[in-house]
Design a protein around this ligand. Sequence first.
Ligand SMILES: Nc1ncnc2c1ncn2[C@@H]1O[C@H](COP(=O)(O)OP(=O)(O)OP(=O)(O)O)[C@@H](O)[C@H]1O
Ligand SMILES: Nc1ncnc2c1ncn2[C@@H]1O[C@H](COP(=O)(O)OP(=O)(O)OP(=O)(O)O)[C@@H](O)[C@H]1O
Ligand SMILES: [Mg+2]
Ligand SMILES: [Mg+2]
Lengths: 254, 254
Amino acid sequence: MGKIIAIANQKGGVGKTTTAINLSSALAFAEAKVLVVDMDPQGNATSGLGVSLEEGQPSIYDVLIGRAEAKDSIIHTSVENLDIIPGNINLSAAEIELVTEISRETKLKKALAKISDDYTLVIIDCPPSLGLLTVNSLTAANSVLIPLQCEYYAMEGLGQLLNTIGLIRESLNEELEMEGILLTMHNPSNNLSKEVQKQVEEYFSESLFKTIIPRNVKLAEAPSFGQSIIEYDLKSKGAASYIDLAKEMLERIS
Amino acid sequence: MGKIIAIANQKGGVGKTTTAINLSSALAFAEAKVLVVDMDPQGNATSGLGVSLEEGQPSIYDVLIGRAEAKDSIIHTSVENLDIIPGNINLSAAEIELVTEISRETKLKKALAKISDDYTLVIIDCPPSLGLLTVNSLTAANSVLIPLQCEYYAMEGLGQLLNTIGLIRESLNEELEMEGILLTMHNPSNNLSKEVQKQVEEYFSESLFKTIIPRNVKLAEAPSFGQSIIEYDLKSKGAASYIDLAKEMLERIS
Ligand SMILES: Nc1ncnc2c1ncn2[C@@H]1O[C@H](COP(=O)(O)OP(=O)(O)OP(=O)(O)O)[C@@H](O)[C@H]1O
Ligand SMILES: Nc1ncnc2c1ncn2[C@@H]1O[C@H](COP(=O)(O)OP(=O)(O)OP(=O)(O)O)[C@@H](O)[C@H]1O
Ligand SMILES: [Mg+2]
Ligand SMILES: [Mg+2]
């Protein structure tokens, strides 16, 4: 029970949050019990799921610094079977506050161990960096899902990311596996997209998800309504692709 | 002489590097002497300008930790009048190494003070976070240029960013001004783009650049050739928009 997947890529704007929200929603609609953990100080997964943190309500920051338990920080979203531990700007303080703490890299792992059995899947949305918040997420996770935008800079950063995952596996989390590389914002009529797809298929074919997420404006519209794509526009290509991805994931988990 | 502009936004993938490279190239073609400082551990501005760091060549990381002088870290790019102090993965170590240093926020300011008079303009490309690297950049800068992708999450993060700029102005750099907000990846046929544009015009009209950068695939293709848009495809809409932006900037500087 309770597989933990970190969605990570230090390159910004590649679809980490969009994947965290829409994969978890599609899985929740398929009756899996899913928890999203928002480890990004921007708090995009929190607002994208229509959740706003009330004054005094604990966030993942409070859990990391030991001021709150994970179970007391869980919020139910408007989607059945989908919960979230919210993130907010306080998280950027955690990067500095945790630096001098003992076992600073395993704070999240210890916190999630107490609750992960209550869920089929825990999905962690990471910030665009390889700092302590992402290190904590990769240390807590059983596997890592890498959204890869079909563009040049995203390809360039992949080497650094795979390096970091290797270092974490050696020193902090020997079970960390590769869940897979997910091509995002793919545009079949654009040479750059096709070029990146070809390169990834050549070097990383065994890690590549069969599902490819197309560029689809509905995916960019949905968060302004605090809804996943499943609720916002079930007939869109964006929804269809994340439902396909959820099916691929369910085959792996069962 | 030597105005220093930081290009910052903690939201990932909004066009910081694309703006740093193409604005500085357009200015360099207009005979301004420009220095780009790559403060992002991804090193995208460095590779996007076709520069690769040789073994033993100092990067901005070496300058920050006091191992090299800024003037010894400058590399000439293939574009006349355009130099760069490169960035690389070592920078992510700086975030942790600098935390316990005295005056950790002013390392970059002190380093650039020695060389900024040799240039018309110094442009700093920031990583997608509000950590020590961005704080150093905002402390060293005379003004901040904010690329704003015309999408929901980007709008949402603007408040946090303006807050952080205010804090820096109060405690670390009282001269820090707003250079302006630049709309990027704008698509006039897409409602979301138009909606974000309307909101920004309503709340921030006096900070908004007249120039708007359109979504243009040529801008995403250019970095794979290590070229700015000016060299890669001068006739593209992407090149035209960054040339317009450079003209707006030149009017302000002179
Ligand atoms: N397949 C897609 N088609 C169209 N737009 C998309 C798609 N996926 C994501 N977007 C939009 O692109 C932008 C970047 O996506 P998102 O915020 O999910 O990336 P991220 O990797 O989480 O960014 P960050 O690095 O800032 O955390 C957002 O505005 C989002 O709505
Ligand atoms: N106007 C544009 N039209 C089309 N593509 C663009 C445009 N501007 C940038 N891009 C592409 O979008 C992606 C994100 O841009 P860029 O890397 O410059 O953003 P960034 O803010 O520097 O990202 P990060 O937060 O990772 O540093 C890149 O692949 C880039 O080539
Ligand atoms: Mg995100
Ligand atoms: Mg960048």
